[in-house]
Design a binder for this molecule. Sequence first.
Ligand code: ATP
Ligand code: MG
Length: 647
Amino acid sequence: MSDKTYPVPAEWAARAFLDADEYAAMYQASVADPDGFWAEHGKRIHWFSPFTTVKNTSFIPGQVSIKWFEDGITNVAYNCIDRHLAERADQVAIIWEGDNPSESKTITYGELAAEVNKFANVLRNRDVQKGDRVTIYMPMIPEAAYAMLACARLGAIHSVVFGGFSPDSLAGRISDCESRCIITADEGLRGGRKVPLKANVDAAIERLGGGVDHVIVVRRTGGAVNMEPIRDVWYHEAADLVSDECPAEHMNAEDPLFILYTSGSTGKPKGVLHTTGGYLVYASMTHQYVFDYHEGDVYWCTADVGWVTGHSYIVYGPLANGATTLMFEGVPNYPSVSRFWEVIDKHQVNIFYTAPTAIRALMQSGEEPVRKTSRASLRLLGSVGEPINPEAWEWYHRVVGEGRCPIVDTWWQTETGGILITPLPGATALKPGSATHPFFGVKPEVVDAEGKVLDGATEGNLVIADSWPGQMRTVYGDHERFEQTYFATYPGKYFTGDGCRRDADGYYWITGRVDDVINVSGHRMGTAEVESALVAHPNVSEAAVVGFPHDIKGQGIYAYVTLMADVQPSEELRKELVAWVRKEIGPIASPDLIQFAPGLPKTRSGKIMRRILRKIAEDQFENLGDTSTLADPGVVDDLVTNRQNKK
Ligand code: ATP
Ligand code: MG
């Protein structure tokens, strides 16, 4: 692992909300007296009726219960819109950049208020009430945010399903939470290609054999779609008939806000339930401090609203803070691999938040497509979703950020609601590949397999010892599964499922999922470390490492390697890569097998699905498990064929 350190740049020390000492003092206060700390910071949102209790949580198996600010009354949409209108009616809330570079628009807070109220009235006319579940299956257009906020305004619980999911996956998610109302668009548009959203909804409903009373269809492309009489309605026609005023429902802090199904890299997706008050306090506070969001900044998170990152850091966190948030319909390589950087120049983006998978993909095309853009407006970069390999971190820092922008490597999960481990740009010296330190109120611990808490520099499993306001409250409809999944392994603690190393300076390094830790001749090794060594080789663009049964070592190291665009696989290169990893990490980490792979199986959010690679490495081709959340199932067939040819 890289042990290079990047100190806080002078410019950041001067402008940031917090410096290192202030962070330390505030962190100390947050864990010493959570009630006092969150009573103070809970006031950052508007309450119709203030809370009188703060934290009421238990991680004890059999009685796990998480409540924050439980007697407070508020509304998330009110906080994201109405509260800002006196000062910000004319300020841009959302910058929308279309898939096609010639399409973009801005929506002010005043306009946002009218749009969301109309959307809420359309829902209300279809009998959507507080507590009802509404499934949102939308492209990245402003109406997706309006729909979410409209649900929040009425107290309906939204379940956003990523627009890339198949009718089957969509059907499973509609039936799990029993949504009777679906919001969709005629078609989506990504990378110049049309996505048949409405047709997918029709197919999903057919598979379910009914149960859906209303489908509201936003017109995006104008493509022909089937409209079922009575059940289906065009949004623009319904919106013409309603007023742009709609009162915000008074919601209890613990009333549900949304359900979101996890991305499914480890198994059947879970319906993660988040509630109102604590979630919003946590999302807005992390957005402010992690991205050091100041008045007037233009902020861009490239996630899709179908993922939790889109919920917390495109919609709720930024809007609760009265920020200007950019929403992008397209993909990083359309019309060209310069698109991200061109959008940054076009809208003068200051803060840019993306995923390692995008960085690694763009690295393949070299520096020129980045260098030819200005990016002078950029001040801060962020990363989320997977461990970022030090090589990719350095490239992001040196090429994209011209060496002047700190990178916040933010570790968190759908379950955590917001960022838990992260640098703060004015407070934290950075180490490439490390998510660094806990956010306020977060108590990470490293434990061994038996649950013994490990001190100092160490490696093991990452748990969180106490609750924070943004934590999920339950698995929708299955509290038992919630307890089993997160609180049974280490009773009394929240188990993250991730492995982690803490270095001598107290920095946290996420080593990958615990399932992905390999034990080679008694040495525990995180897959992330071997992958980072491989990616550091100039010919390698991506790598995924898994263990496989090995007669002598117990487990051997199996590496799937994707090469740079212009490099051909060869026996010589294979040997060179083995030698390279030996040199970078040590003989214990030498891969036993390297398979060159033109593509790796990834979830729709771009994460490598190692559980499938593990099965292939173990020759269990019949046993690949649920592949419904894969972005491109064809990749798996290629890998299996290649593997079988090798034998
Ligand atoms: P599922 O839980 O269904 O298997 P998932 O874990 O991929 O899906 P998410 O909640 O989107 O669903 O992802 C959270 C996980 O992503 C974390 O547990 C961690 O493994 C990884 N992750 C996210 N951010 C980082 C980061 N900055 N560094 C390292 N790993 C990260
Ligand atoms: Mg997970």
